[in-house]
Write a protein that binds this ligand. Structure first.
Ligand SMILES: *Cc1c(COP(=O)(O)O)cnc(C)c1O
Length: 477
C-alpha cells in the first residue's frame, strides 16, 4: 500500500492532541475545520451539481485505513479535503434530484455547540433549560399545525424514524382498545401507492405482515383515492380485520402531491382510526400562505411527520414527529428504569426518554433554535415561497412545451413530467441532463411508466438553476 495523501503518516511532528485541548489548540482545530468548510461553501450555490472526481481509488484507500498513532490536524484535514472533493455536489443549488438537502451553516454551528456542551437531554432533570429550549421549538411546531394543547412534538433522526414512531403509537392505541397483540394480528394500515417506502418499512418493523398494509390506488396517478381507502376498510372490517392507521402524504416524494387530507381525516373519524400524515418533504410549506391553504386538513391528523433536514434546510439527522395526544406517545414509549430513580420527573418539561424510542440523544433542539433565531422566521417563509414560485414557473414552461406532458400544476415544489416517447426516451433525457453536470434531475415510476422529476428544495436553488435544467431538458428532448 503506498503512502498516499489520504493515509496519514504513522509518525507526525508534535504531541498528539490531548482529549481536552487548551484554548489555542481548540481554536486552531476550529480554524482547520473552517478552512475546509470555507473551501466547500464558497461558490457552492453555483458549482456543478454533478461533481467530477472519480472517488474509486480514494474509496479503496479509506476502506483499509485503521486507527493507530495520532496524526496532525493538517494530515487529517488533508484526508477530509479529498473526501469533500469526491462524489457529487449534492448540496449545490443545481441539485434538483430526489429531495435536495442543502444544510444551513448556522445549524452546523449549532451542532458544534451542542456537541461541545454535550448536555443530557434524554431526561428533563439534568439540563432543564436545554430541554426547555427544545420544548419551545416543539410547541411552536404544534402551534404551526394548529394542534391542541394535548399535542407533543419530538425530534428524531429523520422522517423514517418519525413514521416508525407514529405507527408504533397507532399500534399501541389499537392494542389498548382491542387487547394486547390485537394490532399485529388484526390491524390494517392504509397507505397510498405513492406513499414513501419508509411507511411500509415502518409497518414491517412495527410487527405487521406485508398483507396488513393495504396499498391503495391514486385517483389521478398522484393523490390517494379516498373512496378506494373506504372500500378497503369496509372489506377488511367485513373479514374481521381492524383499521390501525390511515397514512396520507403531504407532499409525495415522487411528485410533491398532497393527498386529500381533510377527506382522509373524515374517514379516520368515520372508522375511528388513527390518521398519520407523512409531511417529511412538504411539512414546512405550512409556513407559507399557499402551502398552508394546500395542506388544509393536516391540523386534524393524529400524528404528523416533519423533516427539518428537508424543508427547513437543516443538515441531515433531524426529523420530527408531532402527535395530537401526548398520552399516545407515553403509552408507546414509556418504561420504568430503576437506575434512573433518583432523577425524578418534571411536570412542566417533556421527558424525551419516555416519549421516543431513544434515551441518550443529541440535543437536536439547538439545530432548529439557532437557525430560527439567527435568520428569523420570515427568511424561512420567504425561501419556501420562492421554492413554490420556482416550481410553478418550471411547470408553466414545461406544460407549454408541445413535447412535454406534466401531471398538472404542482402542489408544492416538485414537478414531475414526461417528454414524448417511451421509458427509454425519458432515461435518455435524464442521462443527457445529468451528464452535462451543472444541474441534476432524477426519475421515478408513476403509473408504471418512467417520469422525470425536478425537485426544488435547496435553499441555494434559484432561477438560474431551474432555467439551466429546463434548457437542457427541452434541448435534449
Ligand atoms: C424523505 C421522506 C421520508 C423519509 O425521511 P428520512 O428523513 O429520509 O428518513 C419519508 N416520507 C417522505 C414523504 C419523504 O420525502
Amino acid at each position: 500500500m503506498d503512502d498516499g495523501a489520504c493515509r496519514p503518516a504513522t509518525a507526525s511532528a508534535g504531541a498528539p492532541l490531548p482529549f481536552d485541548p487548551d484554548p489555542q489548540q481548540a481554536g486552531r482545530l476550529i480554524e482547520q475545520a473552517m478552512g475546509l468548510l470555507d473551501g466547500h461553501l464558497t461558490g457552492l450555490a453555483h458549482r456543478p451539481a454533478g461533481g467530477h472526481e472519480d472517488p474509486r481509488e480514494l474509496v479503496d484507500q479509506l476502506r483499509v485505513q485503521r486507527p493507530g498513532p495520532a496524526s496532525s490536524a493538517e494530515e487529517a484535514f488533508a484526508v477530509l479535503a479529498e473526501v469533500v472533493a469526491a462524489g457529487r455536489e449534492s448540496t449545490s443549488g443545481g441539485e434538483l434530484a430526489y429531495i435536495p438537502g442543502s444544510g444551513l451553516f448556522s445549524a452546523a454551528v449549532a451542532e458544534l455547540v451542542a456537541a461541545g456542551l454535550n448536555r443530557y437531554t434524554g431526561l428533563p432533570g439534568i439540563a432543564p433549560a436545554a430541554v426547555a429550549l427544545e420544548a419551545g421549538v416543539l410547541d411552536w411546531l404544534c402551534e404551526l399545525f394548529e394542534l391542541p394543547d394535548t399535542a407533543q412534538g419530538v425530534l428524531l433522526s429523520g422522517g423514517s424514524i418519525a413514521n416508525l414512531s407514529a405507527l408504533v403509537a397507532a399500534r399501541e392505541r389499537l392494542d389498548a382498545s382491542g387487547g394486547a397483540g390485537r394490532a399485529t394480528t388484526h390491524g390494517r394500515v392504509y397507505v397510498g401507492a405513492q406513499a414513501h417506502a419508509s411507511v411500509r418499512k415502518a409497518a414491517r418493523i412495527a410487527g405487521l405482515a406485508p398483507a396488513q398494509v393495504r396499498v391503495c390506488p391514486s385517483s389521478d396517478g398522484l393523490r390517494l383515492d379516498v373512496e378506494a381507502v373506504r372500500l378497503a376498510i369496509k372489506e377488511d372490517l367485513a373479514q374481521g380485520y381492524e383499521p390501525m392507521a390511515i397514512v396520507g402524504a403531504a407532499g409525495t416524494t415522487n411528485a410533491g402531491a398532497i393527498d386529500p387530507l381533510a377527506d382522509l381525516a373524515d374517514l379516520a373519524v368515520e372508522f375511528d382510526t388513527w390518521l398519520h400524515v407523512d409531511a417529511a418533504y412538504g411539512g414546512f410549506f405550512q409556513l407559507t400562505d399557499r402551502g398552508r391553504a394546500r395542506l388544509a386538513g393536516i391540523e386534524r391528523a393524529d400524528s404528523i411527520t416533519l423533516d427539518p433536514h428537508k424543508s427547513l434546510f437543516l443538515p441531515f439527522g433531524t426529523g420530527a414527529l408531532l402527535v395530537r395526544d401526548r398520552t399516545d406517545l407515553q403509552r408507546a414509549f414509556a418504561e420504568d428504569a430503576d437506575y434512573l430513580r433518583d432523577l425524578g420527573g418534571d411536570d412542566e418539561l417533556p421527558d424525551f426518554g419516555q416519549l421516543t424510542p431513544e434515551l441518550t440523544r443529541a440535543w437536536r433542539g439547538l439545530r432548529l433554535w439557532l437557525p430560527l433565531q439567527l435568520h428569523g422566521l420570515a427568511a424561512f417563509r420567504d425561501a419556501l415561497d420562492h421554492k413554490l414560485d420556482l416550481a410553478e414557473a418550471a411547470w408553466r414552461r414545461l406544460d407549454a412545451h408541445p413535447q412535454v406532458t406534466t401531471f398538472g400544476r404542482p402542489d408544492l415544489s416538485i414537478v414531475a413530467f414526461r417528454v414524448a416517447g417511451d421509458d427509454a426516451a425519458q432515461d435518455a433525457v435524464l442521462d443527457r441532463v445529468n451528464r452535462h453536470g451543472s444541474v441534476r434531475l432524477s426519475s421515478t415510476m408513476i403509473d408504471r411508466a418512467v417520469a422525470l422529476r425536478l425537485a426544488v428544495l435547496s435553499h441555494r436553488t434559484d432561477e438560474t438553476h431551474v432555467a439551466s435544467a429546463l434548457d437542457l431538458v427541452v434541448g435534449a428532448g
